[in-house]
Design a protein around this ligand. Structure first.
Ligand code: ATP
Ligand code: ATP
Ligand code: MG
Ligand code: MG
Lengths: 229, 229
């Protein structure tokens, strides 16, 4: 579902160029659990942003779900992302003026145009799955850090996307809650064949995935195939 | 340095009351490394916010550095915090219009009125200690998640506070970088007797601290004395 060939990303800051990705190549099949690991600043978020069509590569080829994403313009990327991808942001990126319930419901209204009664069923079952049912009427500034993270996860899964990009989804969670989230993702992968690509430092996730790519200084320096826990 | 007696915190949201802390008592001596652990939503950030004078308790007594903090008004709390406490926020709370360098320098200018040449020495040595020297001229939206977290840590240590409250300071860091930060804190504790109180899920921190308090549903359900690693 994801094919990357010699992908480069340079951030241009005035006079200075920051080479965040310096030639990354890999192939992730559909339904796989894969993870990128590596030091802080090694390029994990940058790579997930490219796959998730939130940013454009500066060189190389990147194909997601048979679509060459570098051929898409801004509006086409937003539509492609809405149709196929769920993104769990490292800094959550929640909508502050919507409640917990409305944040999860939003993609179903805006992107998929799902009827109201089926939306309610979906939102409530996801909030239950991430342990957030009793927080549903609160706003993002009225919940804890780990609750924000779980809300961001529920929101990414609400449209049953083919591909979920999860940037540090358990960083703010205790072990028991983290395992609950990982188990939820495993269930989706088994039942509807969702592909999950993680950026993480969490050994609980790393030990669960099929493939681990090590990223250092914008290059892949190691690939470990484990075929899942 | 911190004495809590039967501390309560209720968040009032219109008709609904959320009891985040339901009677917490403990005593943390000066120079100690202590940590609060517990499930997401158990009240760790709420407790650190009370100790850090960012919020007021609703019942009980709380004394920090011999000051009864519930007796302070808003401006007195801000001054007390600026004089004695370094706070590492769970969501970093950086100033977006200041560079990395200026974010670390800011407390030295605003609070301590340190002369410019001594400020430069201090800021550069802290940026070096957290591995962020080459990011100094960037803005917070131009650095990675873990780099933001390390910047938030450097900023909290810049005034050599007596007490540092660190809310999940390693959540976004790989192991090697996390150990570098923990080592920096250990060094400050040894050299200038800084007291560190963590809220964390990171076993690397938990195994290093002198005392571990387990918080569940707003109550302390366990106290483990380890006397440091
Ligand atoms: N401003 C607020 N208004 C209402 N409820 C709040 C507010 N802030 C926090 N809460 C609630 O109080 C409880 C404790 O929150 P707190 O942020 O202290 O938890 P935490 O232990 O730090 O969790 P995490 O590990 O997820 O960061 C949570 O259930 C949260 O939803
Ligand atoms: N908008 C930007 N402008 C300039 N440099 C950037 C920008 N965004 C990221 N960078 C730099 O690119 C490098 C890679 O950043 P990235 O966020 O991908 O790292 P990461 O592996 O996700 O790190 P972390 O584990 O800390 O989240 C970092 O050195 C960062 O400072
Ligand atoms: Mg990142
Ligand atoms: Mg918290």
């Amino acid at each position: 579902i994801i094919i990357a060939q010699d992908v480069h990303k340079v951030y241009r800051m005035g006079e200075v160029n920051v080479p965040a990705l310096r030639g990354v190549s890999f192939k992730i099949e559909s339904g796989v659990f894969a993870s990128f690991v590596g030091p802080s600043g090694s390029g994990k978020t940058t790579l997930l942003n490219l796959i998730g069509c939130l940013d454009q590569l500066t060189d190389g080829q990147l194909t997601v779900a048979d679509q060459d994403v570098s051929a898409l313009n801004y509006t086409e990327r937003a539509r492609f992302r809405g149709d196929h991808i769920g993104f769990i942001f490292q800094d959550f990126n929640l909508i502050p003026v919507l409640t917990v319930y409305e944040n999860v419901e939003y993609p179903l209204v805006m992107v998929k145009n799902v009827p109201k009664n089926r939306r309610k069923e979906k939102v409530l079952s996801l909030l239950e799955a991430v342990g957030m049912s009793d927080q549903r009427d609160k706003f993002p500034n009225q919940i804890s850090g780990g609750q924000k993270q779980r809300l961001a996860t529920a929101r990414a899964l609400t449209t049953d996307p083919k591909l979920v990009l999860a940037d540090e989804p358990t960083a703010n969670l205790d072990s028991a809650t983290a395992y609950k989230i990982i188990e939820l993702m495993r269930k989706l992968s088994r039942e509807i064949g969702t592909t999950f690509v993680f950026s993480t430092h969490d050994t609980k996730i790393i030990s669960e995935v099929d493939t681990v790519y090590t990223l250092e200084d914008g290059m892949i320096t190691g690939t470990l195939i484990q075929k899942g826990a």
